[in-house]
Write a protein that binds this ligand. Structure first.
Ligand code: HEM
Length: 209
């Protein structure tokens, strides 16, 4: 069985990564005033009047409200210290997380993927991301109720990494803006890379550590 004890360097890296996640989520949420009421001259809503009604509108608001909650709960759940100190909290927040992902984030993301701004390849990447995230949350929950904690831990880490794709995607976008890197294939590629690369790195690490 792989060892999951962190070195000092590993702990520092984990803290830096957690700060980065919180910072990017704060910057995502700071744009919300443009969504209440919808301002179609802002970045994301620009040119979306045509499909911003009915199901899409519901999915959008469900998604932007539940996404940050799921990611922050996920951060709490994968952090080692609170898990050891507050095991009862871990169980309750875990249930909330699974309900939030399966009932809100994944279905709303799947719905919105049909109208992805970067086109059908990006839409397919986001739809696959929604399905993969829901599978990981469901598997993690099944393992928890069957007391298979090692497997539960792996599924919930996968779920967290998939949720954190929202952060990776925005970091890729920010990097592209800063470097002035523009290409038609960049956005569709980024919507796949933001979750496939972290997931692949996780699977490799699990096998070599
Ligand atoms: C299962 C994981 C997720 C999936 C499948 C997903 C899917 C999507 C899709 C399809 C869109 C519309 C993209 C477009 O039209 O180009 C979107 C937008 C958005 N997502 Fe997610 N998402 C996920 C996780 C998250 C998380 C964890 C957050 C919060 C941190 C989040 C926050 C947002 C926001 C705020 C938008 C609106 C655009 C913006 O303001 O940047 N999503 N997402």
């Amino acid at each position: 069985m792989p060892s999951h004890r962190r070195t000092v360097g590993g702990r520092v890296l984990a803290i830096v990564a957690a700060i980065l996640v919180v910072k990017v989520v704060a910057s995502i949420v700071s744009r919300y005033p443009g969504y209440f009421p919808p301002d179609f001259t802002t970045d994301f809503l620009f040119g979306r009047e045509a499909h911003f009604r009915g199901g899409y509108r519901w999915a959008f608001y469900t998604h932007i409200l539940s996404g940050p909650v799921a990611l922050m709960l996920g951060l709490f759940l994968v952090a080692e210290w609170p898990r050891r100190q507050f095991p009862a909290w871990h169980r309750w927040i875990g249930r909330l997380e699974v309900a939030c992902v399966l009932g809100l984030v994944a279905p709303s993301g799947l719905w919105m993927a049909r109208n992805a701004a970067a086109g059908p390849v990006a839409g397919l990447g986001l739809a696959a991301l929604a399905v993969a995230t829901a599978i990981c949350a469901a598997m993690g929950w099944i393992d928890a109720v069957r007391w298979r904690y090692s497997s539960h831990r792996r599924w919930m880490w996968r779920c967290f990494l998939l949720l954190a794709s929202a952060v990776v995607l925005r970091m890729i976008g920010g990097l592209a803006t800063v470097t002035g890197w523009t290409a038609d294939w960049l956005d569709p590629l980024a919507t796949w890379a933001c979750w496939v690369v972290p997931l692949f790195a996780f699977e490799v690490r699990e096998r070599i550590s």
